[in-house]
Design a protein around this ligand. Structure first.
Ligand code: 5GP
Ligand code: ZN
Length: 114
C-alpha cells in the first residue's frame, strides 16, 4: 500500500468504487469517467507504479491479470471485441501512478491509437 495512492485506497475500500471482480491478486472496477459503454480498470492489489516498473518477479501476476481481463470481457458480453490499454508515464497519459489496465468496449472503437 502506498499511502497517497488513489487506487491503493480503492483496493482497500477506503474510497468507494463500483466493483466488477476481485480475487487475492487483483481488483476490477468501473472507471468513474467512462470513455466507452464498457470501461473497466483492472489493478493489482499490490502497489506497482506502472508497466515500466514490472520485473520477472511480477510475471505471474501480469499473466493472471490478463486471464482476469479475458474473463471480465466474456462476462460483460464484449463478444465482438474490446481494447486493453495501460498508459505509462506523462507521455503515455498516465494520471494515476498505480499499474492499471483499461478494458474498453461496447462499441466499435476509434482506429487511432495516439
Ligand atoms: P490513466 O489516465 O492513469 O491511464 O487512467 C486513470 C483512470 O482512472 C482514468 O480513466 C480516470 O477516469 C480513472 N479514475 C480517476 N479517479 C477515479 C476514481 O476515483 N474512481 C474511479 N472509478 N476511476 C477513477
Ligand atoms: Zn497504489
Amino acid at each position: 500500500m502506498s499511502d497517497d495512492c488513489l487506487f491503493c485506497k480503492i483496493v482497500n475500500g477506503d474510497i468507494p468504487s463500483n466493483k466488477v471482480y476481485e480475487d487475492e491478486l487483483c481488483y476490477a472496477f468501473r472507471d468513474i469517467d467512462p470513455q466507452a459503454p464498457t470501461h473497466i480498470l483492472v489493478v493489482p492489489r499490490t502497489h506497482i507504479a506502472s508497466c515500466a516498473d514490472l520485473t520477472e518477479a511480477n510475471a505471474a501476476l501480469v499473466a493472471h491479470i490478463f486471464t482476469v481481463i479475458a474473463k471480465i470481457a466474456r462476462d460483460e458480453g464484449l463478444d465482438s471485441g474490446y481494447r486493453v490499454v495501460s498508459n505509462v508515464g506523462p507521455d503515455g497519459g498516465q494520471s494515476v501512478p498505480h499499474l492499471h489496465f483499461h478494458i474498453l468496449g461496447g462499441r466499435a472503437l476509434s482506429g487511432r491509437m495516439g
